[in-house]
Design a binder for this molecule. Structure first.
Ligand SMILES: [Zn+2]
Length: 257
C-alpha cells in the first residue's frame, strides 16, 4: 500500500499563495484507491503525479472548507468515468453533503447522485465498504473545528490501519481515539500556538502521538510559519518529544505502508 501526497500545504495564506499544494493525499491499495480532502489543485496534482482519477473507488472530505473540498466534484466526475457511470463511494461531513444552516453544500446533489454510496460518518461507527476489488473498514472520529461536523478517521485496509487527524483543536481524548495506527497522518498547521483556534501545532501533535503510539507519523497541511521554519525540523522536534518516528510530508512524496 502506498500513500501519495498531492498537497502538503495548509492555512489561508498558503491556500492562495500555493507555496505548497492543497490537493490532499491518496491511499492506493489493491483493495481500494481513496482520495482524501481534494482541495484546490487536487485534480491537476493527481495527473502530474500519475494518479488516475478514473481508478478511484472512494473520495473522503473531512469538512466543508474550501482547502479540503474544492476539487471533490471534479474528482467525482473522474471516479464515475466522466460522470457516465454510477460508481464509487463518497464519504463527507454532514455540512459537505447535506449543507449547513444556510443549506450550503460542498458537493452538489448532482455529483452526489453520480456515486453509488454517499455516507455521512456516524462518529465511532465502523462501516465496511466493498469496492470492485476488495473492501475496507471506515471509522469516523470526531474533530473540534469551526465546521462542527468535521471528522478524522481510521481506515482498516489490507491488514493495516491508516489514521488521519484533520483540522482540529487539541482535546484530551484525541490521541487515544487514534490508537493502533500503522501510519497516522496529522494536519500540523503551525509550529506554535497563536490566537487562531481549530488547528494543531507542533507540541500538541507530540502530545497526541504519545497517546496514539502509531508506528509512523506523517505531518502535513502545513501553514506558512511552519514552512518558513522548516517542516523537517518540526518533525524532528515531534519525534524527539514523542518517541514516534515522524516524517514531514512533501508534495509528491510517496510513503509505503
Ligand atoms: Zn484546512
Amino acid at each position: 500500500m502506498e500513500i501519495v501526497f498531492l498537497g502538503t500545504g495548509g492555512g489561508r495564506i498558503n491556500l492562495i499563495k500555493q507555496a505548497r499544494g492543497t490537493g490532499g493525499f491518496r491511499i492506493n491499495s489493491p483493495f481500494a484507491n481513496i482520495h482524501v480532502d481534494p482541495g484546490p489543485g487536487a485534480l491537476i496534482h493527481s495527473i502530474r503525479n500519475r494518479q488516475d482519477p478514473l481508478s478511484l473507488d472512494c473520495i473522503i472530505v473531512t469538512h466543508n472548507h474550501v482547502d479540503h473540498v474544492s476539487d471533490a466534484m471534479a474528482l467525482i466526475e473522474g471516479m464515475t468515468h466522466y460522470g457516465l457511470k454510477k460508481k464509487g463511494i463518497v464519504i463527507g461531513s454532514r455540512h459537505t453533503l447535506m449543507g449547513d444552516e444556510t443549506a450550503d453544500k460542498g458537493i452538489s446533489d448532482y455529483h452526489q447522485k453520480k456515486a453509488e454510496i454517499v455516507y455521512v460518518p456516524e462518529i465511532g461507527e465502523k462501516k465496511t465498504f466493498r469496492t470492485g476489488h476488495g473492501e475496507f473498514v471506515f471509522e469516523g472520529i470526531g474533530m473540534k473545528h469551526e465546521e462542527p461536523s468535521a471528522f478524522g478517521f481510521k481506515i482498516y485496509i489490507g491488514g493495516k490501519v491508516i489514521g488521519h487527524i484533520s483540522d482540529t483543536d487539541y482535546f484530551e481524548s484525541l490521541g487515544t481515539g487514534f490508537a493502533g495506527c500503522d501510519l497516522l497522518i496529522v494536519n500540523c498547521i503551525k509550529p506554535e500556538a497563536d490566537k487562531y483556534g481549530g488547528h494543531l501545532w507542533t507540541q500538541e501533535v507530540a502530545a497526541v502521538l504519545k497517546a496514539a503510539k502509531p508506528k509512523t507519523c506523517a505531518i502535513t497541511h502545513m501553514g506558512m510559519k511552519m514552512l518558513k521554519l522548516g517542516p523537517a525540523k518540526e518533525a524532528e522536534k515531534i519525534e524527539k518529544e514523542s518517541g514516534i518516528r515522524t516524517i514531514a510530508a512533501r508534495d509528491g512524496m510517496r510513503l509505503n505502508v
